[in-house]
Design a protein around this ligand. Structure first.
Ligand SMILES: [Cu+2]
Length: 327
């Protein structure tokens, strides 16, 4: 219930006619960009370029069955105790670029490098390498004079990441693979609003997998809703709070190289989750001087509610650090 109260509160803030500022929405302030974990939140003006780098570190610890903590035993989980994950870290390096071909369309591309590590009583395993490449077009839907605007994202995930990652010759679980193996359609709609000292945003998006990969399985489709608000503290610094709800279904089909009875990591029904995350962030915008056009941002996120499909590690925290430069 806490969640719904929070969402109602934030929605009210966004949609009520709070003293919106005069003139169109502007990017030229620290909260002109969303919290750093939000993708495709802003557009550019015709001819403008942006490059960005994000480092994201996700930490998982302890086991959940549904929404309850479970003991790492055969009895409680139905899996071999020595093949139950105890912790996992996923580090991601994300390199992005944006270019506005017109005032209506901004194109973006993102390349990820992943570094995963998972521990089980039988040992540690890791995988690393290029992930899936994402391309997208952002289309300006509407701009109002009172500091509001709305845009659509049409994104495509290209299956460049490996789904054949192994450890000592054995195929690693779904979560340790570097890509989905499928072309995925990633649409989103984003609404932005600014007042003199505050800004708000809402984004609804999803991942729709197209077909199955060459191992005859499809990762779950995903739905995601994000709401954030930020306070401009100075002309260069803003602080943000964010709620993010996402739901991803289990794997459809299965990778026949994996023995699904051995470990939840190898089980198609122990993938995907319902999760609500709360995040706190800071954006810094270099307005003038030699670093004009550069931005730095940091965000820390932690779940307030999660329910996994089957048996899975519990998400503990996510850190995202980012640099962006537009010209
Ligand atoms: Cu940009």
């Amino acid at each position: 219930m806490k969640l719904y109260t929070a969402i109602t509160l934030i929605s009210t803030l966004i949609f009520s006619s709070l003293s919106a500022h005069e003139g169109p929405w502007t990017v030229a302030r620290p909260d002109g960009h969303a919290p750093i974990s939000v993708m495709g939140d802003h557009m550019h003006e015709m001819g403008e370029w942006m490059v960005s780098y994000r480092y994201m570190s996700m930490n998982m610890d302890g086991l959940l069955k549904g929404s309850n903590t479970v003991a790492p035993t055969m009895m409680a989980t139905g899996f071999m105790p020595n093949m139950l994950p105890t912790e996992m870290t996923m580090d991601m390096h994300m390199f992005g670029t944006m270019y506005a071909i017109s005032n209506q369309w901004t194109l973006m591309g993102m390349l990820n490098y992943l570094d995963n590590e998972m521990s089980m009583p039988m040992g540690k395993m890791d995988s690393s390498g290029l992930g899936d490449i994402k391309i997208a077009g952002l289309y300006d839907l509407a701009q109002w004079d009172s500091g509001r605007r709305m845009h659509l994202k049409l994104g495509l995930n290209l299956p460049t990441g490996s789904i054949d990652e192994k450890h000592n010759g054995n195929i690693l679980g779904y979560g340790m693979q570097l890509g989905s193996g499928t072309y995925d359609f990633e649409p989103a709609i984003t609404y932005l609003a600014q007042t003199e000292n505050y800004s708000y945003g809402a984004q609804l998006g999803g991942i729709l997998r197209i077909g199955e990969n060459d191992q005859d399985y499809t990762l779950g489709n995903k739905f995601e809703a994000t709401l954030w608000g930020a306070r401009k503290i100075t002309d260069s610094l803003s602080a943000s709070a964010k709620f993010d709800y996402s739901r991803q279904s289990e794997v459809d089909g299965k990778d026949t190289r994996m023995n699904e009875a051995m470990s939840p990591a190898l089980n198609p029904n122990s993938q995907g989750r319902d999760i609500t995350i709360f995040g706190l962030g800071l954006n810094y915008y270099f307005k003038d001087g030699g670093l004009s056009g550069h931005r730095l941002a940091a965000e820390w996120e932690t779940p307030i509610d999660q329910k996994v499909n089957g048996v899975q590690l519990e998400l503990d925290s996510v850190w995202t650090l980012g640099w962006q430069y537009a010209w």
